[in-house]
Design a protein. Structure first.
Length: 204
C-alpha cells in the first residue's frame, strides 16, 4: 500500500497533509493509538527538519506499508539548490557547520549534502568514519555511472559511534536522546541518479 504523494515546501506548506496521510496509512493497517502516535512522531521528525532547510524547491513525501512494516519516504532533486548548504553554514555564529547539533540536525546535514551539485559534500573529512558510513551501489541496477548509489544509514552510524563511544560521547548522547533514533528501525539516505531519498523504516 502506498499513500498519495504529498508535495512539501521548506516553508512548511504540505506538512499537515503529509501527517494526515501518515495517519491514514496507520488506520489502513489497523495500528492502535500508541502505534499510530509513534508513526506520526517519526513523520513529524522527518518533516520538521525541512523548516530549517534553505531553498524553495518542493520535496515529495509518501508512506508505504506491507503488513506491520512501514516506510516513510522523502525525496528531493539532487541539485535543487547548490547554494543551500553555504547558506546554512552562514546562519551559524561560527561560520562553520555549527547547525549540525542533535541527531536530526546531523541527518538533515547529510540530506542537504547529498543534494549538493555533483555531491561534493558527501565525503567531507570532518565527519570521518562515523558520519557517512555506507557507500556502494544498487545491485539491482546496471553498473553504469548513473546507477551508482551512495548512502547513509542510522544502523551503520549507530554501530560506528558505539564502537568509538569514548571519542564520540556527544554523538552517542544525541542518539540516546533522539526520538527518531529510539523509535525507528532504521533511517536511510541515498542518492540515485538525480534524486536524493530519505527513508525511515518502522515495523510494529
Amino acid at each position: 500500500m502506498k499513500t498519495d504523494v504529498i508535495i512539501i515546501h521548506p516553508t512548511g506548506e504540505g506538512i499537515p497533509e503529509a501527517l494526515a496521510e501518515t495517519e491514514k496509512a496507520a488506520a489502513f493497517r489497523g495500528l492502535n493509538p500508541k502505534q499510530t502516535l509513534r508513526l506520526r512522531l517519526l513523520a513529524e521528525e522527518m518533516t520538521g527538519m525541512l523548516k530549517t532547510i534553505v531553498g524553495d524547491t518542493p520535496l515529495k513525501y509518501w508512506v508505504e506499508s506491507e503488513g506491520p512494516a512501514f516506510s516513510l519516504h522523502l525525496t528531493a532533486n539532487a541539485q535543487m539548490n547548490p547554494e543551500m548548504r553555504e547558506a546554512l553554514i552562514k546562519t551559524s555564529t561560527s561560520g562553520k557547520n555549527a547547525a549540525a547539533k542533535g541527531f536530526m540536525e546531523r541527518v538533515k546535514d547529510v540530506f542537504t549534502r547529498f543534494c549538493e551539485a555533483n555531491n561534493e559534500g558527501i565525503m567531507a573529512a570532518e565527519y570521518g568514519y562515523s558520519y557517512v558510513d555506507v557507500i556502494g551501489y544498487d545491485a539491482s541496477m546496471d553498473m553504469t555511472p548513473n546507477a551508482m548509489l551512495y548512502g547513509w544509514s542510522l544502523r551503520a552510524y549507530r554501530d560506528a559511534v558505539s564502537d568509538h563511544r569514548e571519542e564520540e560521547t556527544e554523538k552517542w548522547d544525541e542518539l540516546e536522546k533522539s526520538i527518531t533514533a529510539k523509535l525507528a528501525d532504521d533511517v536511510k539516505i541515498f542518492i540515485r541518479k538525480n534524486t536524493v531519498e530519505m527513508v525511515i523504516e518502522k515495523t510494529f
